[in-house]
Write a protein that binds this ligand. Structure first.
Ligand SMILES: [Zn+2]
Length: 301
């Protein structure tokens, strides 16, 4: 019962944070404030009434059009709201069962609670980056770099809470913290450098072969951010999934008659690799462990 209530609450909260994210996604590229003015139509500046501003529902009721000027609001609004809502609800539903047992002592649960909050922040940022790259081919440093640092801080904080948990059974708390934090810190930093390095290497090889830029530096920083949250194996899986999605999208673009008519144009169509990488990151975060285990099993390891 508690589990269902918390899941519903997390889903509704996700819809609200997705709705706020839509404001950011419309205004960040224009360098506008996300606080002022109040929500309005991007075409006729009609200020939205409260009932035109309800996540998901308003879009459905208005059939995706402004009430005043009938301008198309765009699919991004419901998609972003739904994505954050579903991811947050799923994260809450899937969290450790002990969390829903009110008899568990708080300090034992603290690391898991922290991990849930961290995962929600991580998904929110990935949905933001996926949408920004899809719409503007833009992966802003103001998201990827803090995203990487926050991921590292969450990993350190979780290790600290594990060291302080009563289960740990150590006498000297400072020594216990250092014992838990040191390997996390070391391996997270290694993962960040190797993941970013892999993309820099691919970028450089592409430059040598094709003499033009295949991937932006934003993609490199996004890989570093994924590594800070997911670790190396899951980040490599995210990169693999992202590359597959990118290749499929590339084939679709080539197959489209309109794109082909432009002659050589399709070869220069820019695909938002960051969007595919973000989707890969979400899939890897949700099911990466099972996918990697199944793969190792399949190749006989
Ligand atoms: Zn309007």
């Amino acid at each position: 019962m508690i589990r269902t209530l918390v899941t519903v609450f997390a889903g509704l909260l996700g819809l609200a944070f997705g709705s706020f994210l839509n404001v950011c996604l419309s205004r960040w590229p224009e360098d506008e404030s996300v606080v002022q003015p109040r929500s309005h139509c991007r075409d006729c500046t009609h200020t939205l009434a409260w009932w035109e501003n309800i996540p998901l529902l308003s879009w459905v009721v208005l059939r995706g059009r402004c009430r005043e000027c009938k301008a198309w609001i765009g699919l991004r609004y419901p998609v972003v709201e739904l994505a954050v809502g579903v991811l947050w609800a799923y994260t809450a539903w899937n969290s450790t069962p002990e969390l829903w047992d009110r008899h568990s002592p708080t300090m034992v649960l603290a690391p898991d609670m922290l991990a849930i909050i961290g995962t929600m922040i991580f998904y929110w940022m990935l949905v933001a980056l996926a949408a920004l790259d899809a719409e503007n081919l833009w992966l802003p440093n103001m998201l990827t770099l803090p995203g990487m640092v926050i991921g590292l801080l969450f990993a350190i904080a979780k290790a600290t809470l594990i060291a302080l948990s009563p289960d740990h059974g150590t006498v000297n708390p400072i020594a216990a913290i250092w014992y838990e934090v040191k390997p996390v810190l070391f391996w997270t930093i290694v993962a960040i450098f190797l993941s970013a390095g892999l993309l820099l290497l691919i970028r450089w090889l592409y430059w040598i072969i094709r003499h033009r830029e295949g991937m932006g530096l934003g993609d490199v920083k996004l890989m570093a951010m994924l590594a800070a949250w997911l670790g190396l194996p899951a980040t490599l899986l995210a990169f693999f999934i992202g590359s597959m999605l990118g290749a499929i999208a590339g084939l679709v673009v080539i197959a489209l008659p309109a794109a082909r008519d432009e002659g050589e144009g399709w070869a220069h169509t820019k695909l938002p690799f960051g969007t595919f990488l973000c989707i890969g990151g979400i899939v890897s975060s949700l099911w990466g462990q099972s996918i990697i285990t199944a793969y190792l099993h399949a190749i006989g390891l």
